[in-house]
Design a protein. Structure first.
Length: 256
């Protein structure tokens, strides 16, 4: 579904070129959930934005569904940003329906689709609520449903739960897993939370300090479905955490 070949990204500064992403190559299969972790400033979000077509790589090739990404946003893309992107003057219903309206879908088809999504996100009964009337976790769910409404085959998550408390975050992990298991998108997530990455992912990719390169690409062999409330207690989780942290922690120590 996604293929990166020797991808790099440099930014022009007063002192010349600063390399955010060094030389990165990997692929992601259709329906796979992959998390990218690494120290701050290592180009995680830059890499995500290049896959999404928002930024062009300085060198290398990115393909999504076999087509080069450069100069275009891939078809059927959903993107959840770090910050809340809901329209504050729209109700929950109108926010979730927004993408479908842009696609020209008739209201007779929008209504049952939004109803189904609100049920999936445990937001039934909040159709006429406005964003300021929702908790932070509920707003993140609405943002996720906005992207899912247009049925993207590729879902990009840029630290989607970073500002939430542990309790809310864990509940959202469960809901994301339920939605992903039913809809089966290919998911690429950037996160600073290693627990989160292991809990949710099929693979965890560790990037080095900039200019970033891949230090580890570890497959998470914890059986699905996973109970997000107890998975951290399993020996498989502990083993993966220790394996990944041995590499990631060294990057943090080097940066310090």
């Amino acid at each position: 579904m996604i293929e990166l070949q020797e991808v790099s990204k440099a930014y022009q500064t007063d002192k010349g070129h600063t390399w955010a992403v060094g030389n990165v190559s990997f692929s992601i299969a259709q329906g796979e959930f992959v998390s990218i972790v690494g120290p701050s400033g290592c180009g995680k979000s830059t890499l995500l934005n290049m896959i999404a077509g928002f930024l062009e790589p300085t060198s290398g090739v990115i393909r999504v569904a076999g087509k080069p990404v450069q100069g275009r946003v891939p078809e059927s893309l959903g993107y959840i940003f770090q910050k809340d992107t809901l329209l504050p003057w729209f109700t929950v219903y109108r926010n979730v329906a927004l993408g479908l309206k842009f696609q020209g879908v008739p209201e007779s088809q929008i209504r049952p689709r939004v109803k189904q999504l609100l049920e999936l996100g445990h937001l039934t009964g909040f159709e006429q609520a406005y964003p300021h009337q929702l908790s932070g976790g509920m707003r993140r769910r609405v943002a996720l449903l906005m992207s899912l409404a247009v049925e993207p085959s590729l879902l990009m998550l840029d630290e989607p739960f970073g500002a939430l408390d542990t309790h809310t975050k864990t509940h959202l992990h469960r809901e994301l897993m339920e939605i992903w298991s039913k809809l089966g998108q290919t998911v690429v997530m950037v996160t600073h939370d290693l627990d989160e990455a292991i809990t949710l992912s099929d693979r965890v990719v560790v990037l080095s300090s900039p200019p970033s390169r891949i230090l580890l690409d570890e497959r998470i062999d914890i059986p699905r479905p996973r109970d997000v409330f107890t998975v951290r207690e399993s020996p498989e989780f502990v083993r993966h955490f220790q394996s990944i942290w041995s590499v990631l922690g060294e990057q943090f120590r080097s940066a310090a």
